[in-house]
Design a binder for this molecule. Structure first.
Ligand code: ADP
Ligand code: 5GP
Length: 187
């Protein structure tokens, strides 16, 4: 059984929505809390959504070998902390990761036997733009930045074990649950 569930998608495709649902549906599943240098959004909590670090603290963690992988995205660092993975892998615990497409590939390279890569795709790029605007958490400039990265992110789809097109949300959530249930049955 692959116990590291790696969720990835272009920004705005619905990854956070899917991740929240999966964590509710599978109470035994832990969330890998990443480190980031980006500012906290309203409603986010340090240690729950991310560990919000200064650039200096982040660089120190890189230097100390505390990160399994990291990327610079939209001018900020994001990375997976070894403290979120190593012990859980030993315990074969179910863990959910919300990382960008390159981070997903790096996690699979780090843990090839344990990683299951799931890609949440938007129905098309205009829907992505609409969802980002209606979320109202980024400025127009930040939205443009996220959309310009989306084309690269779509090219990574082929690296993933499962691709779910997030059109109707209830269908997407059901598909994501069934991917994990199928994996859990492979003991
Ligand atoms: P991501 O984490 O991939 O950036 P979010 O989960 O924050 O994306 O979703 C972006 C926005 O789109 C949110 O406002 C969310 O409520 C909305 N959304 C997610 N999935 C759907 C869907 N299937 N249909 C319509 N809106 C959606
Ligand atoms: P956001 O700022 O919207 O929370 O995240 C921006 C992007 O960074 C998303 O694609 C998210 O999945 C990605 N991200 C979050 N944590 C990590 C991480 O630890 N590693 C990598 N590579 N990407 C991450």
């Amino acid at each position: 059984m692959k116990n590291l569930i790696v969720l990835s998608a272009p920004s705005g495709a619905g990854k956070t929505t899917v991740a929240r649902h999966l964590l509710q549906h599978f109470p035994q599943c832990a969330f890998s809390v990443s480190a980031t240098t980006r500012p906290m959004r309203s409603g986010e909590q340090h240690g729950k959504d991310y560990f919000f670090l200064s650039r200096e603290e982040f660089l120190e963690n890189i230097g100390n070998g505390n990160l399994v992988e990291f990327e610079e995205i939209f001018g900020n660092f994001y990375g997976t902390l070894r403290s979120q993975t190593d012990q859980r892998i030993q315990e074969q615990a179910l863990v959910l990761f919300d990382v960008d497409v390159k981070g997903a590939v790096s996690l699979r390279n780090a843990y090839p036997k344990e990683s299951l890569l799931m890609y949440i795709a938007p129905p098309d790029l205009s829907v992505l733009a609409h969802r980002l605007r209606s979320r109202m958490t980024e400025s127009e400039e930040q939205i443009a930045q996220r959309l310009s990265r989306a084309a690269m992110e779509m090219e990574y789809m082929g690296h993933f074990d499962h691709i779910i097109v997030n059109d109707k949300l209830d269908i997407t959530l059901a598909k994501a649950v069934s991917v994990i249930e199928e994996e859990l049955s492979n003991t």
